[in-house]
Design a protein around this ligand. Structure first.
Ligand SMILES: [Zn+2]
Length: 319
């Protein structure tokens, strides 16, 4: 329905991607820089400004009506600031104000990267047609976002749905966030690999100790590798079941590198869900792998501005 053209930014600890995206989610122009993540805040912003300058050089730029930003978190959409864990030069950094200034005053909407991927999956991926969904990214960390009542639910600061830091093991291992037994502490790729190594799994001749290597070993029948994925699946299931019980989602979509492990993850995940999602109204909950690819962050950031209501436009601009 939309014919709008918007600019989108996907800001992570490794790269800063930008695009002009049309109302059907097609990427018409792209630009990208490496994130100078160890540099000071203004140097990082300089890379963002270079990406925006490249987009502005396009003949299509004049049609852009707004900017959507999906950023590594934490973000604070209400303040327009970001404090990405992996970009120490940015702490409460006024990203929205700076992007607005670099784009001639366009309205700017900021969301967390997990929320952006949720927007993309709801628009074009596995959550399409679902009015109540949890979308997760399971990779180096575990993030997520929610669709409730047919709409993206970023929450006041843009971080709602951050399932990675729900505790599912009350006295479990300390998590870098300060809590214990978080979903991320059990189910992230590095923790799947760590647990397999602690259990006696050894990598092949290539020395690859990534979660993908553990997944390959699990597929070949290695019991320690299988057990590590089963434990991750159990943690994810407990977090998903808790979310479903709280807000009545009917699908959980899992993306990220660990989500690509396939049935090594999904078979024990479905089994564990039967143990944790027990009440009548959550028993029909399904899980599915994500369908959107490497452009999900850009497409989701665009979706966040294309589908916003006038009220959230005002909030996103900072009022
Ligand atoms: Zn945590």
């Amino acid at each position: 329905m939309h014919t709008d053209l918007v600019a989108a930014l996907d800001i992570g600890g490794t790269k800063i991607a930008g695009a002009l995206v049309d109302g059907r989610g097609r990427i018409l122009v792209r630009a990208q820089r490496a994130t100078p993540a160890r540099e000071d805040g203004d140097t990082v912003m300089g890379a963002v400004e270079e990406v925006l300058a490249e987009l502005r050089a396009s003949a299509l730029w004049s049609g852009a009506t707004a900017v959507g930003i999906g950023s590594a978190g934490p973000v604070d959409a209400s303040a327009g600031t970001v404090s990405p864990v992996n970009v120490p030069g940015w702490r409460a950094y006024p990203l929205v104000e700076r992007v607005r200034a670099a784009t001639g005053g366009l309205p700017v909407e900021l969301i967390g990267d997990g929320v952006a991927i949720t927007a993309a999956e709801h628009w074009q991926g596995a959550a399409r047609g679902h009015d109540n969904a949890l979308c997760m990214v399971v990779s180096t960390g575990v993030g997520g976002g929610l669709v409730l009542g047919g709409r993206l639910h970023p929450g006041p600061t843009g971080n709602a749905g951050h399932i990675g830091h729900i505790s599912v093991d009350l006295d479990g291992d300390p998590c870098p966030c300060g809590a214990r037994g978080c979903v991320e502490r059990i189910a992230s790729g590095p923790n799947i690999a760590r647990r397999a190594l602690e259990g006696g799994w050894r990598p092949g001749p290539d020395g690859d100790t990534s979660a993908a290597a553990v997944a390959a070993a699990a597929r070949a029948g290695d019991p320690v590798a299988l057990a590590s994925f089963e434990r991750a699946a159990q943690a994810l299931a407990a977090g998903i079941a808790a979310t479903a019980t709280l807000v009545e989602i009917d699908i959980a979509v899992i993306g990220g590198g660990v989500g690509k492990a396939g049935e090594i993850l999904f078979t024990p995940l479905r089994a564990a869900l039967r143990n944790y999602a027990t009440l009548s109204f959550v028993q029909r909950l399904t899980v599915a792998p994500a369908q959107t690819g490497t452009d999900a962050g850009l497409v989701g950031a665009a979706a966040a501005v294309l589908t916003r209501t006038p009220a959230t436009t005002v909030a996103g601009v900072g009022g």
